[in-house]
Write a protein that binds this ligand. Structure first.
Ligand code: SAH
Ligand code: SF4
Length: 388
């Protein structure tokens, strides 16, 4: 018998003994599941490994399927635990094959993931929160504000369900990117637990090189991610001076560029690994060659590559995409100076499934500090239009 378990396992064990609860099994790592069956159901720990295999190797949907567990155990689990915290709500397919998948949580919150097929390897972009609290002025999700964090189970179940739903695509679901709704490092406990489950070689077995966490720059949680995981890191840089970055990303007022860059310079990377800097190109805001030069200076001591993302327009911002020539000149400036730079192809625009287009903002208004910044930007744009 396991003699000491964490509080969350002890709580769940207690729930397993009552008849009116539904413990989400996907919310536990394999080690925790072993403890849970042992502590909560008095079963040997290896039953936890068996359960884990059913969930992640066979993608089981019901306890019925788990034929190497006794009938009694299956009946017991059926009354007190559940296999999936999400129910599939629907898919919206873009002309380019990208699919926005939507799921409903127990409390009716809606979670969105984006499946991006490609010839070599399919990618799933997953959400870590419902909405987001970070208030970036160019981002559609920001307009919802934060509704709540997703649990580790809700994060992992997006991957399991997407794998099941897209099984007809040949080529495995190989890449996972935390670039859907939410700021993953604002929900670091659950994101780190979800990563442990995704990487477990007795389950989904994702390679650590194929899982990427993208953050707007929550410095303490970046340090934690580096200490506790070895997945890939992407930073939404999006501006090259504190002034502009603070204008579009309020997080910059808390952790400015100096602090962010210093943290990244010390980030543990293994051989030949690089941090990705995402840079959303926004017309008239951050798209000059001086910005390109400053990107080079900021990233000079960080093994890195740059991912240029053309701004995806949506009804809720005043921003626009730069012209094709401007974006090409920006990219060429970096290429000519031997910087690893990629241009992200915009996928899924027609179904609001592209970056920064996830979420269904209601009537909620932006927080006051964001409103102020937006107003300032709009009036600057208007005066530029009058006096170009
Ligand atoms: N919150 C995390 C991850 C989700 S956002 C982060 O900010 O990194 C994923 C990416 O989409 C970020 O790089 C963000 O800068 C980008 N993005 C947000 N809104 C966008 C828009 N309207 N057009 C293009 N990219 C956008
Ligand atoms: Fe949140 Fe990322 Fe959107 Fe900023 S860009 S509001 S951090 S989801």
């Amino acid at each position: 018998m396991t003699d000491s378990v964490s509080e969350r396992v002890a709580d769940a064990a207690e729930q397993l003994q009552s008849d009116d609860s539904a413990v989400d099994l996907k919310d536990f790592t394999r080690r925790e599941l072993r403890e849970l069956v042992n502590f909560g159901l008095d079963e040997p720990e290896f039953r936890g490994d068996q359960l884990f295999k059913w969930l992640y190797c066979h993608l089981a949907e019901e306890f019925e399927e788990m034929t190497n567990l006794s009938k009694d155990l299956r009946a017991k689990l059926d009354g007190t635990a559940r296999v999936s915290p999400l129910s599939f709500n629907g898919a919206h397919q873009s002309d380019d094959g990208t699919q926005k998948l939507t799921f409903r949580c127990e409390d009716d919150a809606v979670v969105e993931s984006v499946f991006i097929p490609s010839r070599n390897r399919n990618t799933l972009c997953i959400s870590s929160q419902v909405g987001c609290a970070m208030g970036c002025t160019f981002c559609y999700t920001a307009k919802m504000g934060l509704q709540r964090n997703l649990t580790a189970g809700e994060i992992v179940d997006q991957v399991v369900q997407a794998r099941r739903l897209t099984a007809e695509h040949d080529g495995r679901l190989g890449n996972i990117v935390f670039m859907g709704m939410g700021e993953p490092l604002h929900n670091d406990d659950n994101v780190i637990r979800a990563i442990e489950i995704l990487l477990d070689e007795n389950g989904l077995n994702f390679s650590r090189r194929k899982v990427t966490v993208s953050t707007s720059g929550v410095v303490p949680a970046i340090e934690r991610l580096g200490e506790e995981t070895d997945v890939q890191l992407a930073i939404s840089l999006n501006a090259t001076t504190d002034e502009t970055r603070s204008e579009i990303m309020p997080v910059n007022d808390r952790w400015g560029l100096d602090e962010l860059i210093e943290t990244l310079e010390n980030y543990p990377l293994s051989n030949r690994e690089r941090i990705t800097f995402e840079y959303v190109l926004i017309k008239g805001l951050n798209d000059t060659l001086e910005d390109a030069q400053r990107i080079i200076e900021l990233t000079a001591n960080i093994p890195s590559k740059i991912n240029l993302i053309p701004f995806n327009p949506h009804p809720k911002t005043p921003f626009e995409t730069p012209s094709e020539e401007t974006m090409e000149a920006f990219q060429k400036y970096l290429v000519d100076r031997n910087i690893g730079v990629y241009r992200r192809r915009t996928r899924g625009r027609d179904e609001m499934a592209a970056c920064g287009q996830l979420g269904e903002p209601g009537d909620k208004k932006e927080p006051p500090h964001v409103q102020k910044k937006l107003e300032k930007f709009r009036s600057q744009q208007a005066s530029k239009a009058v006096n170009p």
